[in-house]
Write a protein that binds this ligand. Structure first.
Ligand code: SF4
Length: 338
């Protein structure tokens, strides 16, 4: 009968059960079938005595009473609250997604009216623009001059026509009123500006804001008052946010200024700024190149100088304007020496 001995090896993980027949650690021998029976009895005995496992051996037998290992639950990634940076990043991504999707072309809704504002020029507007842009400066002589009463009437009729004009949809929608022009219908000198600003749009008169006050000072230095001159703009409606008038808007509106000039037939025209100068003289040259000399428009002599609004931003240019005005006054026969 084999007996159970404990392996004294300290490094072992547990009691190693060795079946021994007394001298040789073998399970083979002369006992034959009895050995199996004996082993079974021994194991039963061990179980009864509380032994539940035998270490795996390297030999022929491998007894294992181990309970299957408890199932190890699959490891879950530890849950945690997102930190602040992750929260901000996530909200930015959501914002970008929403901005991106709002910029995407939206599907057409058959129940929705198309927007009234359409920046695409019509064919008529394109034709008008092409004819204005391709023209060189108008040198045709003025027609026979009108008397004062006829000028006043002609200007009054034209002003009413302008007041009802809606050719430029954006400007017509956003304006308070059109700004036609003001001054002496018999003036020798006309000042031609760009377009109304906020104050002009509110009051209906050109050059009444800060730039207008500077123009008054320039005229005062030239011994002129508003009642001596006529003041008009290239476009009669205020471009939103004081932007420059577009080419289409200039083409739409320039006919009104042409009619005003035709009615007034001034000896001199002073263009204030590049929009006025380029539209009247049909040129793309800069103010720097156009000033200090006289140009021709129909029967009028034209001088170009900087816009008063530019002088407010660039006071160093005032000396150039004064040079231009001295030249103009000399040509007009106005003595500035006393
Ligand atoms: S800017 Fe001139 S053309 Fe355009 S809507 Fe005003 S008045 Fe009419």
């Amino acid at each position: 009968m084999p007996k159970v001995e404990k392996d004294p090896t300290p490094e072992s993980d547990g009691p190693e059960v060795i079946l021994t027949d007394g001298e040789n650690t073998t399970l083979e021998g002369d006992t034959g079938l009895n050995v199996g029976k004996a082993v079974k009895q021994q194991l039963d005995s061990l179980r009864r005595s509380g032994l539940t496992c035998l270490p795996k051996g390297t030999g022929q037998y491998d007894f294992s009473f181990d309970e299957p290992p408890p199932e190890i639950a699959p490891q879950k990634s530890p849950s945690r609250l997102p930190n602040q940076r992750e929260t901000v990043a996530k909200s930015k991504i959501e914002e970008s997604k929403s901005e991106y999707s709002s910029n995407l072309p939206q599907p057409l809704n058959p129940n929705t009216e198309p927007s009234r504002v359409d920046s695409t020029p019509t064919i008529a507007a394109k034709n008008k623009l092409a004819s204005v842009q391709s023209k060189s400066v108008d040198l045709r002589p003025y027609a026979t001059p009108l008397g004062l009463a006829e000028r006043q009437t002609a200007l009054q009729v034209l002003q009413e026509e302008v007041a009802g004009c809606v050719q430029c949809e954006e400007l017509a929608d956003s304006r308070n009123q059109t700004v036609f022009g003001v001054g002496n219908p018999n003036a020798r000198l006309v000042f031609l500006g760009e377009g109304p600003g906020a104050n002009e749009d509110r009051l209906g008169e050109p050059f009444v804001g800060e730039a207008g006050q500077l123009l008054d000072k320039i005229m005062g230095a030239c011994k002129l008052t508003r009642s001596d001159v006529y003041i008009l703009n290239t476009v009669k409606c205020r471009p939103p946010a004081n932007r420059n008038p577009s080419q289409i808007e200039l083409a739409n509106c320039w006919g009104y200024a042409e009619k005003q000039l035709e009615t007034l037939q001034p000896e001199f025209i002073c263009c204030l700024g590049s929009v006025a100068a380029r539209t009247l003289l049909k040129t793309t040259q800069s103010i720097g190149r156009l000033r200090r000399q006289f140009h021709s428009y129909r029967g009028s002599r034209v001088l170009v100088t900087y816009h008063p609004a530019y002088l407010l931003r660039t006071p160093s240019a005032k000396k150039h304007v004064w040079e231009d005005m001295q030249l103009l006054m000399k040509e007009m026969g106005v003595d500035l020496s006393n």
